[in-house]
Ligand binder design. Structure first.
Ligand code: SF4
Ligand code: SF4
Length: 394
């Protein structure tokens, strides 16, 4: 559905706040089920919306290591909150999916694969880092020799309305990962919310033919120069607000050479191996399968479920788990995100959304862990270099 326009500067229009419902109505009229940020159980979570009032109007959030607080802001913005514990992957790559069902019949079994008919979804309020996370999962699920048909079908039926960030949370570091705060590709429509006591409007631009169609149906007008500049200033201020950073230069090789770094012991002493960081991460994609039968034994089902590299079972092979300690599991997770992912998929597996920092119950911070390794590492020994060489050759 989404295509980026290359070599053609997007044209910006203005959609007044009072007309925002028109966007939702137009998408609904096109048959889309609308999914957007909502207030649920003290957090912003993605859920079905039908009207602008379903958005967390006038709310904002504070995020820090192991801390998340919502509060009412003075300004009635529609998109004043950053990413919460949910990510869009739950719609594109569901946490539970039945793969097939088998029925006992005539002394044998009949197996029926599930069809996985996609929903026609419009995702409202996708942040720049989340667009990049979706692009990463696109590569994982559709970019190789084996395509996930359910994921591909859902992506082809998904319309994306991105929102450029008007503020950075303390856990955000998208500027380090070159994934935000401005949406540059992968959207159908992109918005920048501009609020002053006198004005409240959205700069809106299209990124695909589907976006063009919806945009032309809306009551917009071309943006004036000062309105365009106001949007640019908001994004520049968000970049400048970013407090966290992660130095990626040379990081892959450093992590490959840091298998025995003492920092893994320090983080393992705190890590609960709860797997929260993997569940909230918009790029993590590991799954397991579970077979279940009914009590009569006549029906069996196979389900695919999200899994986490922090569980003992994840690395279980004959004789036990090969990553039996929290140290081994945290090292695997961080090294995969920032090093082996590059060899697998051509980019890092982290987009700097900060969710794993906010939702880690003991406040482990990926940027701190990396910085500690970077500032305390010595040149790799011959043994480490040899191990790296062997790993790269297997
Ligand atoms: S790093 Fe934090 S969130 Fe991740 S497994 Fe350890 S304790 Fe849980
Ligand atoms: S590793 Fe953490 S900061 Fe990076 S994308 Fe995953 S949740 Fe976001």
């Amino acid at each position: 559905m989404t295509q980026s326009k290359k070599n053609k500067p997007p044209k910006l229009y203005v959609l007044e706040r009072r007309d925002f419902q028109e966007l939702l109505t137009a998408l609904s009229a096109d048959g889309y089920q609308l999914i957007g940020p909502t207030l649920r159980e003290g957090a912003v979570t993605y859920a079905e919306i039908t009207a602008v009032e379903d958005l967390p109007i006038g709310y904002t959030d504070d995020q820090e290591k192991g801390t998340y607080r919502l509060h009412q802001a003075r300004e009635p913005r529609l998109f004043g909150c950053g990413p919460g514990p949910h990510s869009w992957k739950k719609y594109l790559f569901p946490a539970r999916m039945r793969l097939w069902q088998a029925q006992r019949s005539n002394g044998g079994f009949t197996v029926q694969a599930d069809a996985h008919t996609p929903d026609k979804l419009a995702l409202i309020g996708v942040r720049a880092c989340e667009l990049q996370a979706i692009a990463i999962q696109d590569r994982v699920f559709t970019g190789g020799a084996y395509v996930d048909p359910a994921y591909q079908a859902q992506r082809e039926n998904t319309f994306i309305v991105a929102v450029n960030c008007g503020r950075a949370n303390k856990t955000c570091f998208c500027t380090s990962m070159h994934t935000g705060p401005k949406a540059v590709s992968g959207y159908d429509l992109a918005l920048t919310e501009v609020y002053t006591p006198e004005q409240h409007y959205f700069l809106i631009e299209s990124g695909s033919p589907s976006g063009d169609e919806v945009l032309h149906a809306l009551p917009t007008r071309p943006a004036a120069v000062d309105e365009v500049e106001a949007g640019e200033a908001i994004i520049a201020a968000t970049s400048a607000q970013m407090e966290r950073s992660l130095e990626t230069k040379g990081l892959k090789d450093l992590l490959y050479a840091s298998y025995d770094h003492q920092r893994w012991d320090a983080v393992a002493a705190r890590c609960l191996a709860c797997g929260n960081c993997t569940m909230v991460c918009p790029t993590c994609f590991c799954t397991t399968v579970e077979d279940v039968t009914d009590l009569s034994g006549d029906t069996a089902e196979r389900w695919r479920k999200w899994d986490s590299c922090f569980t003992m079972e994840f690395s279980y092979i004959v004789g036990g788990s090969i990553r039996s300690t929290a140290k081994a599991r945290y090292r695997q997770w961080l090294t995969h995100k920032l090093a082996t992912w590059v060899d697998q998929f051509g980019t890092m597996g982290c987009v700097g959304c900060g969710r794993c920092i906010t939702w880690c119950p003991v406040g482990i911070d990926i940027t701190e862990e990396v910085r500690e390794i970077q500032t305390t590492s010595v040149a790799p020994t011959a043994a480490v270099t040899e191990r790296k060489r062997k790993r790269e050759n297997t």
